[in-house]
Design a protein around this ligand. Structure first.
Ligand code: 8YV
Length: 328
């Protein structure tokens, strides 16, 4: 096992993490923390791969084939902070002998809550109402003011019924009396689906045609890039809403903007963006769009749990044991 001067493995932690996580990382490893929390450049990432035994990266670190081609490569593990790892070229990582882990489970509930928050906000015009009050434009209650769309009893279409999709289905059915339909190319066991009361559909298109709300819960892969494009947006009901807190590039953002402008769909709730943190400027001007800054897992509890889970993966790896959340 390679190690730093302290005799412990050197771990570069690419962003500020909640204090209890940083403290524990500093106890367990020769941890190199990012005191000013700046996003690392490609050059800094390459330097980290040369200098450390392990990296603890986040969604803001683009670990591309080019970055991973660094010589000499010292790092042997990328213990990602987050469940999604589309910012890591896992094929290149594997080719370079790097183990990749993620942090599933611990963020499921909070991310599901975030999807429901987007759904409710866009249906009930939450963001718009907030802006209205803050602007001083509110003149008082009236029966026809800012009417939204009822959620209870409506059909929620889930694209993806993994851990987060299932937690969304449960909340929507139990809390809001919604009917839940879904498509997932690798669905959970039939018993899980029937316990959730979710109805399978043969394809994404079938879900889009039928749902009043569509919520995306697929991983970002080459296959799911622009899964929601102009053709599929046109299949949605005119009064339907799109919710995305999975990954931005699952939606063709330009096509979404066009659909919103043309009234092809009624609105969208977005926590993630195709060119994050850049947001297509047109979206910023639309009242029927809710825009959140990638808040899916952003609670104190979950961000600590994610850090401890990444730390657990690093500890196992450096102890010579298989890390629990190995992805590649
Ligand atoms: C994380 C996420 O905050 O886990 C994920 O995939 O999208 C977020 O909840 C982010 O990825 C941290 O790196």
């Amino acid at each position: 096992m390679s190690a730093g001067r302290s005799g412990r493995p050197v771990v570069v932690v690419t962003r500020r993490l909640p204090r209890p996580v940083e403290e524990q990382l500093a106890r367990e490893f020769d941890a190199r923390l990012n005191a000013d929390d700046h996003p690392l450049s490609a050059v800094e990432l390459a330097d980290a791969l040369r200098a450390a035994d392990g990296l603890l990266p986040t969604v803001t670190d683009r670990l591309t084939a080019q970055v991973l081609a660094v010589e000499p490569l010292r790092a042997r593990i990328l213990a990602n902070y987050g469940v999604g790892f589309n910012h890591i070229d896992t094929v290149s990582a594997k080719a370079r002998g790097l183990v990749v882990t993620n942090t599933p489970d611990v963020l499921t509930d909070d991310t599901a809550d975030d999807a429901l928050m987007l759904l409710l906000m866009v249906a009930r015009r939450g963001g718009e109402g907030e802006r209205h009050v803050r602007s001083g434009a509110w003149t008082g209650w009236r029966p026809t003011h800012m009417l939204g769309t009822r959620v209870t009893g409506k059909t929620l279409g889930l694209i993806g019924l993994g851990r987060i999709g299932r937690a969304v289905a449960h909340r929507a059915r139990a809390g809001f009396g919604m009917r839940v339909i879904f498509h997932d190319p690798s669905p959970p066991p039939a018993a899980v689906v029937s316990e959730l009361g979710a109805e399978p559909r043969a394809g994404v298109d079938d879900v889009l045609r039928e749902a009043d709300f569509v919520s995306l819960h697929s991983p970002a892969t080459p296959e799911t890039r622009h899964l929601i494009d102009a053709r599929r947006l046109a299949l949605m009901k005119r009064g339907a809403f799109l919710v995305n807190n999975a990954r931005g590039d699952i939606v063709d953002e330009a096509a979404l903007v066009a659909a919103l402008k043309q009234g092809t769909i009624a609105g969208a709730g977005l926590d993630v963006f195709e060119r994050e943190p850049a947001v297509t400027p047109d979206l910023l001007t639309m009242e029927n769009v809710v825009l959140l800054p990638h808040l899916g897992s952003a609670t104190h509890e979950t961000r600590i749990a994610m850090g401890l889970r990444a730390l657990e993966n690093l500890k196992a790896f450096f102890a010579g044991a298989p890390p629990r959340d190995r992805m590649a």
